[in-house]
Design a binder for this molecule. Structure first.
Ligand code: PMP
Length: 292
């Protein structure tokens, strides 16, 4: 039996075929809105409060007044997962500015709209977690803090989509995005880390990296495992000459990189620091999180 997924939309759980937003929604017309991607494992939502907090920070940054409390949004996520009978998967939580006129003015929109989708996910095929990914450097740059803040997880992902197209055309699954200064910010949908002489380095938030939730899990794990980790500006040279490179993201989890712009990283195979962190990450996802 094919059961239709239940989507939470503005206060109701509806069938997928009923989950529709207006063509006048500014989320669609202008990318005026924000989102989060959240994972759940074994009946527990991983780092839910942190994701909801980041959603509210994105809302504040774009002057979108949330008519819900953080607790209500957490409940929406859990209710949606429960309604779909899932124990492991991925949630997409989206808040749009709502339906308005054809002009840009967001104050003419009636009220924000929220929807929540719970589904299963596998971002990268399993073999890449064992053998590693290849990256290219994308020519599309990460927007600067002076344009659209790279901190806001907005519905304007066209920049990342353009970078992703470069990856697909080059036959790889991810790519490095540089900022306007030409230093590394992150990947199209993942945070980047290098390992050099036993120290993990990840780009600073001010270099255009998203303040990733999985990024913060890596910082917590490093403290537990007594591994040195710092934020610093990284050039492509730093990446090419690293001992190890790995990526993190809610959907990607923790995945190794073995080649960048045709240069093998380290020995060209996933490294020991990655393996140690991966084990720690799996332990964390299996044992922590909000009960659904
Ligand atoms: N950078 C970008 C551009 C992303 O879209 C994501 C995915 N949310 C990440 C980094 C990773 O962040 P997180 O660990 O919070 O999923």
């Amino acid at each position: 039996m094919n059961v239709s997924p239940k989507i939470w939309l503005d206060g109701e759980l509806v069938d997928e075929s009923e989950a529709k937003v207006s063509v006048f929604d500014h989320g669609l017309l202008y990318g005026d809105g924000i989102f989060e991607g959240v994972r759940f494992y074994n009946g527990r939502v991983f780092r839910l409060e942190e994701h909801v907090e980041r959603l509210f920070l994105s809302a504040r940054a774009i002057l979108l007044k949330m008519p819900w409390t953080e607790q209500e949004v957490c409940d929406v996520v859990c209710d949606t997962i429960r309604a779909n009978g899932l124990t492991d998967g991925y949630v997409r939580l989206v808040v749009t500015r709502g339906s308005g006129g054809l002009g840009l003015n967001p104050y003419l929109c009636e009220k924000p709209s929220m929807f929540c989708i719970a589904a299963s996910i596998q971002l990268y095929p399993e073999e890449y977690y064992e053998n590693g990914l290849e990256l290219i450097t994308c020519s599309t740059r990460r927007p600067s803090h002076a344009t659209l803040s790279p901190q806001v997880k907005s519905l304007n992902y066209l920049n990342n989509v353009m970078a992703k197209i470069e990856c697909v055309k080059a036959g790889v699954m991810e790519g490095l995005m540089l900022n306007e200064a030409g230093t590394v910010s992150e990947c199209t949908g993942d945070t980047v880390f290098i390992v050099k002489n036993g120290v993990i380095i990840t780009p600073k938030i001010s270099d255009g990296a998203l303040d990733g939730i999985t990024r913060s899990v890596i910082f917590d794990l490093c403290e537990k495992l007594d591994i040195n980790i710092i934020e610093d500006t990284l050039t492509r040279y730093d990446v090419y000459t690293a001992d190890e490179v790995f990526l993190t993201g809610t959907a990607a989890e923790v995945i190794p990189v073995v080649k960048v712009d045709d240069r093998p990283i380290g020995d060209g195979v996933p490294g020991g620091v990655y393996k140690e962190l991966l084990a720690g990450f799996h332990k964390e996802t299996a044992t922590t999180g909000m009960q659904i």
